[in-house]
Design a protein around this ligand. Structure first.
Ligand code: FES
Length: 114
């Protein structure tokens, strides 16, 4: 196993169009969705106002709507329908033996230099 992938959950524990929230590490919180038989892993923190509720968003036509102000983000690309404005981060993943493993990003979300 690649050491920068973290085991998150069983794929069989995911339900269609219903998001689940997980901590990937100390600074990355993810939302996992299953839609049209495919898995999507995105940031749980909305880039619009930095609220952590993407997992509770409504999924329609491959877009998740943030429940706070309704911005829509594509589950695969993280882009908004117009490809303008803020973009939701997406995460690389692998599935092994019915388990979802998500890659911990190389770049830090918060890079405080002291
Ligand atoms: S906080 Fe998500 S759309 Fe405003």
């Amino acid at each position: 196993m690649k050491d920068n992938f973290k085991k998150i959950c069983r794929v069989s524990d995911l339900y269609s169009r219903k998001g689940r929230r997980f901590d990937l590490d100390d600074e990355n919180e993810i939302a996992v969705f299953k839609a049209d038989g495919e898995i999507f892993v995105v940031d749980n923190i909305c880039p619009h106002n930095h609220t952590s509720q993407i997992y509770d968003g409504y999924v329609e036509e491959m877009y998740v709507s943030c429940p706070v102000h309704g911005f829509r983000f594509h589950l695969k690309t993280g882009e908004q329908p117009t490809n303008a404005g803020c973009r939701l981060r997406t995460f690389e993943y692998e599935i092994r033996d019915d388990c979802l493993y998500v890659k911990i990003p190389d770049e830090k979300r918060f890079d405080f230099k002291i």
